[in-house]
Design a protein. Structure first.
Length: 394
């Protein structure tokens, strides 16, 4: 059985798209006869606090669904301050550096990027050891940080990040890009670099799954995920107009904007917005199948970014109202997955919500079934992994 190591900043029992994505990759490789190990921090995301079972520990090794998971110490934080966040990433990266340098590692290693510092240290050490480095790029940093106004152009942090970025692209044996824009960007830097498209397709593995459409008159639109700066859910709450529409907006999640969102809902009861907090993944999925439309927003158009929620909800047969711009719009249009509102254009968003409000539940049920059947073949994680294995990418 061939060995492969995955290095990631996130892994279950942590919540969120990043942890789910890496777990699905690990499980699928195991199903294809790979001995998979994962190297990650002690679980702390999204609250930035160590989970109870990992407190007071510096190293934990455990077996989760036949995946050997090794967790290194981290100074946890979800602070919005860039220096605290760097300190948090640095604390894990130092331990990671010495672990990779001193411990035996498999010949094939998959490295999740970003965070850039983590991926830089991993690529640096593993290139010295002449390992096959498979770099999995889910977002383009520092470009995304500039677009989100987290970094300033030509600042010291920006220049260091650019150096890290070019280094990891250059030293990687092969690169998996989660959007065509990511691959285009990498080829601008290194035209001959071997790159492959690797989408964030889910594998829900739910038993007795059944599409449901509630017969009550009110249409339920929901957002589920991180309540952070990039998603802009607070601003959505402030600027959507549902008072005179046949729509409720439901929010599931955790993150920096949580308290502000809760306070806004409390002070504006007429807005028809309901906050549910964080649910376990399978509980959340079963709950969402009874809802009607998923809102997938981004605060601004981020080059290279394709939210994994597009594929998560499509494979559940849930129509999507996409409010994020970029390549995501093309995916929604080409696959007939729902509606698009121009990113940052709340007039357009409210117009689409009004259109949805006038729909019959029978029409939504028909759309659900069409999306569900289409996604079975188009967004299939097992076929995607097998294709990469056959091409000897992994």
């Amino acid at each position: 059985m061939e060995e492969v190591l995955i290095i990631s900043n996130y892994y279950p029992p942590e919540k969120g798209a990043a942890a789910n994505r890496i777990e699905q990759l690990a499980l699928k490789l195991h199903q294809n006869n790979y001995a998979v190990s994962v190297l990650c921090p002690l679980a702390n995301y999204p609250k930035g606090v160590l989970f109870p079972e990992y407190r007071g520990k510096f190293f934990v090794e455990e077996n989760l669904q036949n995946i050997r998971v090794k967790r290194l110490w981290i100074y946890p934080s979800n602070s919005a301050g860039i220096f605290i966040r760097i300190l948090s990433v640095l604390s894990f990266s130092v331990g990671l550096f010495f672990y990779l340098l001193l411990k035996k590692t498999p010949e094939k290693v998959i490295i999740q990027s970003p965070p850039l510092l983590l991926s830089f240290i991993s690529v640096f050490v593993l290139s010295l050891k002449q390992k096959k480095i498979i770099l999995n790029v889910s977002d383009l940093w520092p470009l995304a940080a500039i677009e989100l106004r987290v970094l300033k152009v030509n600042s010291f942090s920006h220049k260091i990040s650019l150096f890290f970025e070019r280094f990891i692209y250059k030293k990687a044996t092969v690169i998996l890009g989660q959007s065509n824009e990511i691959i285009t960007h990498i080829h601008r830097c290194f035209p001959d670099k071997e790159c492959h498209l690797y989408r964030n397709y889910p594998d829900h593995q739910l038993k007795d799954f059944d599409l449901k459409t509630t017969k009550n008159a009110t249409i339920k639109v929901f957002y589920a995920g991180l309540l952070g700066i990039a998603q802009g859910v607070l601003e959505v709450c402030e600027k959507i107009n549902l008072e005179h529409l046949n729509i409720e907006f439901h929010i599931f999640g955790e993150g920096p904007e949580k308290s502000q969102i809760e306070n806004y809902i409390k002070n504006n009861p007429s807005k028809k917005i309901v906050f549910h907090g964080m649910l376990e993944r399978n509980d959340l999925i079963l709950k969402l199948t009874t809802f009607d439309v998923a809102l997938v927003p981004l605060k601004s158009r981020i080059y290279g970014s394709v939210p994994s929620k597009i594929f998560e909800y499509s494979t559940l047969g849930i129509p999507i109202l996409y409010f994020g711009g970029g390549e995501g719009e093309q995916i929604i249009n080409e696959n007939h997955l729902g509606w698009i509102a121009e990113v940052e254009n709340f007039i357009a968003l409210n117009a689409v919500l009004e259109e949805i409000s006038e729909m019959k539940k029978s029409d939504i049920e028909l759309i659900k079934n069409q999306i569900f059947e289409h996604s079975k073949s188009q967004f299939n994680l097992s076929l995607q992994i097998k294709n990469l294995i056959e091409k000897k990418v992994i």
